[in-house]
Design a protein around this ligand. Sequence first.
Ligand code: GLY
Length: 460
Amino acid sequence: MGYLHSRHEALAKAMAPYTVLLSSGFPQCRNYPDNTYPFRPASHFLYLAGWSAPGSYFLLHNGQAHLFLPPYTIDDVVWSGPGESTQEAARRSECTVHCTDELADFLHTQGVRPESICALPLPCEAQNESFEPLLGRSPSLGHELDRKLALALVELRLHADEQAQAELRVACELTVRAHLEGLKALKAPKEGKTEYDIAQAMLKVVNGCGGYVSFNPIISTSGERLHQIKLGAALVPDRLLLVDFGAESSSGWAGDITNTWPVSGRFSQRQAQIYNLVLEAHRSCVEALAIGVDYAQVHRRAVEVFAEGLDKLGILHGGTIEEYLNSNVVSLFFPHGVGHLMGLDVHDMEDLGDLAGYAPGRERSTLFGWKSLRLNRNLEAGMVVTIEPGLYFIPELFQAPQFMETVDKYVDMQIVGPYFEEVHGVRIERDYMVSETGSVLLTPDMPTTIEEIEQFMARA
Ligand code: GLY
């Protein structure tokens, strides 16, 4: 029995007596219908049926898994080549294979009523109309049956099975290799180097083995702009370069790590202070990872380390650690969550809103910083998470009226001043799988301490 078959069995058990119907989705249009972004099947479909053509459907009915593939016309053959053979599709998907032309009749002859079919919305709203002739409605997480399916898939995908673990290791290894090439490109002598040079070196690794990126790369000397994807700035020697880049393996699994490197090869004193503080928070969070631990407390641990460290540097003043924590002042320097789930999606299953990231009964905070925490569950064996604390110096935050009182009370703007220009932003992110022993690092062999990075950059 193959790994897909085990997934089909587990889902069938959770969803009996209902019928499950998932679409692989369709290519997204770039600027006109024939010019599309590269096609990638929707992740829930991919999890159950593997990589299939656009417009395919996965059906789970009476415990049996079926794959419906779109018919190939002679024009398709001319423009795209012959599609997968039925035998090949059946072998790799572990499903009985049919043609999508037969789907409606199949449901009819099997006596499947539209009201007993569960489906999930595709990430692109317009594409959900493809379900209407079969369901008489669009899939929606507000629909009781669809929500039941979403929760069943969350339960399965939250825990990486053996195959998922193997695939995630491939994606993480590719991600590390790309970062190493990025670091080499940073230290290589070249006139007029820009962020593009680093991106080019990293993308070459990923594209070179049939992979892709798991999200738009963030390669920026303005690390305080958390997700700035615009590239092109010059790599000037006194700046830090923040590189948040993840590979997607050729079968669709994600990696995601962030490094912050000194363009000159050496950290300045202030850069080193902040880098070491972020690294301390990172290590403290990793020490906390274990089965049963509340991930929100892992985030809190990073906040505590930052409160103490920023107080020692004199950046925070005028309060006790408890007062800093209660005032939420640390979120002005750390305005995002400490990490997220990772799997087939870099933020795994975020297409389901917070159904995967938040345990039942838990809701997003409305507090600045905390509202961006994407994972709030007790950890379980097999969950794959990122740990990515960061410290940022975002000038606008310290002038925003809503934070003025907190800034006046607890931030020493004289001391913090030079950090805006000299540091900008530092984030250190690695990927971990929760295990019986605490956690397993999926992205080893990456220079991480200041000494390791400086030595790597100094080597010829
Ligand atoms: N590493 C990019 C993200 O987590 O969104």
